[in-house]
Write a protein that binds this ligand. Structure first.
Ligand code: NAD
Length: 259
């Protein structure tokens, strides 16, 4: 590590130690070391599945089998993944009282597996299958998704009750779908109470995550960003940018914050 990198790490630890309410916003970069590539990079999901073709609610209505193919690909990656040192450091920092919540855009559930307790899953999670029309839901089979979409059981029992959707969908947000109201309320609660936002492994391009840095910056909170590359907020919103892999930077920062 260069001395400039060391100084930055010290500066970040100082900001974190002075904070009373630190919250992390995490994205796909946090789970890359767990074997789940971020969707945009080469080799990522969008290489194979063009998002506006496969990852929209309208496609799930018109061609559920097509979207199911993408769900199968994601679910097989997630089933093989386990938490990496970035997830573990965040869980330990929460346990030590230095982190109040994780707001994640990830749908892999790895923060909870690592031991994080207060996790707001902005885009839902693949642990549950739900019918977008009637709200019926059930746990995703522990053996993984079957090769074909699963019909909503209420379609057969309540004839005429389903106009648009006939199949269960992993409870994750597709393009064209609104975030759940209770999730938005939790995000707004933390947005208004935090004094430090750690933005980790996210390009912060997708709304509403993209709006959070601007909102908390306007409210006077500090921002520490950890990413392998600068992002669109690095110059304008970030107080301290730590360039590097989350799975390496976070454990090093954890040591200093808890020292
Ligand atoms: P993104 O793909 O837009 O950005 C990922 C960011 O992580 C990039 O800025 C990249 O530079 C950075 N990065 C890559 N490897 C890193 C590492 N080891 N350490 C630190 N940073 C690293 O992802 P996003 O901003 O999360 O938004 C994409 C959307 O795709 C989200 O809505 C999310 O739901 C979904 N997604 C989820 C998963 C998952 O659940 N694990 C994986 C891919 C995408």
């Amino acid at each position: 590590m260069t001395s400039a990198e060391n100084n930055n790490l010290e500066k970040a630890a100082e900001i974190w130690r002075a904070s009373k309410t630190a919250v992390a916003l995490t994205g796909a970069g946090v789970s890359v070391a767990s074997g789940i590539p971020d969707f945009r990079s080469s080799g990522g999901l969008w290489d194979e599945f063009e998002p506006m073709e496969y990852a929209t609610l309208n496609t799930f209505i018109d061609e559920p089998e097509k979207v199911w193919k993408m769900f199968l690909a994601v679910s097989s990656q997630v089933r093989q993944a386990s938490p990496n040192p970035a997830h573990i450091a965040l869980a330990e920092l929460e346990k030590a009282g230095k982190l109040r919540a994780v707001i994640t855009q990830n749908i892999d559930g790895l923060h909870q597996v690592a031991g994080s307790k207060t996790v707001i899953e902005m885009h839902g999670c693949g642990r549950t299958l739900a019918c977008p029309e009637c709200g019926y839901h059930e746990p995703t089979p522990t053996t993984g998704l079957p090769p074909q979409p699963i019909p909503c059981p209420r379609v057969a029992t309540v004839p005429g009750s389903h106009q648009l959707f006939h199949y269960l969908k992993p409870d994750v947000i597709l393009f064209g779908e609104d975030l759940k109201r209770e999730v938005m309320q939790e995000i707004i609660h933390w947005q208004n109470s935090l004094d430090l936002l750690l933005i980790i492994g996210t390009s912060a391009e997708v709304h509403p995550a993209a709006g959070l840095p601007t909102a908390v910056h306007a409210l006077g909170a500090k921002i520490i960003e950890i990413n392998t590359e600068p992002t669109r907020i690095t110059k304008t919103r970030t107080d301290c940018f730590l360039q590097g892999k989350a799975e390496e930077v976070l454990p090093a920062l954890q040591k200093l914050v808890l020292a």
